[in-house]
Design a protein around this ligand. Structure first.
Ligand code: NAD
Ligand code: WQD
Length: 336
């Protein structure tokens, strides 16, 4: 084993896939999760996929005393911090929930890691920090726009907090990974996304419509300035995303230099909503019931990543296609 990596939010969607890839690469993930947005069976599923039972510490990452007492004797080599609340719409209705959970957990984790001398830190950020970029594809040097939601603001603020820790000169080594649109599921169909209630995101809404849980998908606007009029996003398979985390933590572990850097994680390609629907229908042989509706408030027209920095820094690029992601998402939905 190459060492224990703390994975906060490791029972969640991206965290669980990352635990699988950490195990595949010889690391020992230690999950801290309070199951506020995930299910306990995910831990068994990770074991089913990998043959390895992950350590689980159940509790709240905003509680610094709890973290310190549980982590101090573990001899961690790094931490990947996923734990956060992530529903953009909800964050506008319950801003304090988001400022508390997302900011307090990041501050508490950073404080404890500093105390236990574990400088290697990977943070889950988001392309939401760019808003509607002026130039596409969007590079890490693009300007950060005022956030559209409290959720987006927590990601910007957490990046600033980590940068301040770096500037303080106490030796932190950190990457903030800005994900574009993670979709799909593990090809085993044993783990995947588990949206609570009505999904906000496109792909879970598509799979739930296809299976009959939702009557109809609404495409939010077809009058954008794009080839087919619908919004364009960079959809990345969650397994590719998970692999990038392993490369990121590995790079920090072997490096001797204090660093703080931000890295885009996407495919580098944009697809429209209608292209995603057509692709889903084609790859799974299903017709989807959908209609065109009005625009959704706060949606950006088009955004996709320039991923050359991830290639240069982490020697990482995506390997899986949109079609594979949509096939895996559908296979996962069928198991639910
Ligand atoms: P998720 O909700 O599936 O996973 C988050 C996990 O963290 C859950 O298991 C939840 O129970 C846990 N958690 C939340 N607050 C906690 C706390 N205070 N203490 C302990 N555990 C806690 O979300 P995800 O899609 O896997 O997202 C992971 C991270 O990636 C989040 O930080 C999210 O903001 C970020 N992100 C997600 C997306 C996306 O589209 N899914 C895009 C960009 C960034
Ligand atoms: C994708 C496209 C919708 C649902 C969100 C967060 C962002 C990041 C990723 C965390 C858009 C359209 C959707 C539907 C639709 N998360 N759509 N009908 O908005 O790009 O990003 O998740 O950091 O911060 O904002 O993703 O999946 O909601 O939407 O037409 O029922 O699908 O308008 O163009 P989005 P999404």
């Amino acid at each position: 084993m190459k060492g224990k990596v703390l994975v906060t939010g490791g029972a969640g969607y991206i965290g669980s896939h990352t635990c699988v890839e950490l195990i595949n690469e010889g690391y020992e993930p230690v999950i801290v999760d309070n199951f506020s947005n995930s299910e306990r069976f995910v831990i068994d599923r990770i074991r089913e996929i990998t043959g390895v039972k992950c350590s689980l510490i159940e509790g709240d990452c905003t509680n610094q005393n709890f973290l310190e007492s549980n982590l101090k004797s573990l001899d961690l080599v790094g931490c990947i911090h996923f734990a956060a609340s992530k529903a953009v719409g909800e964050s506008s209705k319950l801003p304090l929930k988001y400022y508390h959970n997302n900011i307090a957990s990041t501050v508490a984790i950073l404080a404890v890691l500093e105390k236990i001398n574990c400088p290697n830190f990977v943070f889950s950020s988001s392309c939401t920090v760019y808003g509607q970029p002026d130039i596409l594809p969007v590079t890490e040097n693009s300007s950060i726009k005022p956030a559209e939601s409290p959720y987006g603001r927590t990601k910007q603020m957490c990046e600033d907090i980590i940068r301040d820790c770096y500037n303080a000169g106490q030796g932190i080594k950190a990457f903030a990974l800005r994900y574009f649109n993670p979709i799909g599921a593990h090809p085993s169909a044993l783990i995947g996304e588990l949206p609570l209630g009505t999904p906000n995101n496109l792909v879970p809404f598509i799979t739930q419509t296809a299976i009959g849980k939702r009557a109809e998908l609404t495409v939010f606007g077809n009058d954008y300035n794009t080839p087919d009029g619908t919004c364009i996003r960079d959809y990345i398979h969650v397994v590719d995303l998970a692999k990038a985390h392993v490369k990121a933590i590995k790079k920090l572990i072997v490096s001797n230099e204090s660093v703080f850097d931000v890295i885009n994680l996407g495919t580098g390609h944009g697809n429209s909503v209608l292209e995603v629907i057509e692709s889903f229908e084609k790859v799974n042989g299903i017709r989807l019931n959908y209609k065109i509706g009005p625009r959704r408030n706060g949606d950006v027209e088009k955004v996709y990543a320039d991923c050359s920095y991830a290639k240069d820094t982490l020697n990482w690029k995506t390997e899986l296609s949109l079609e594979e992601a949509l096939k895996d998402a559908w296979n996962w939905e069928k198991t639910l």
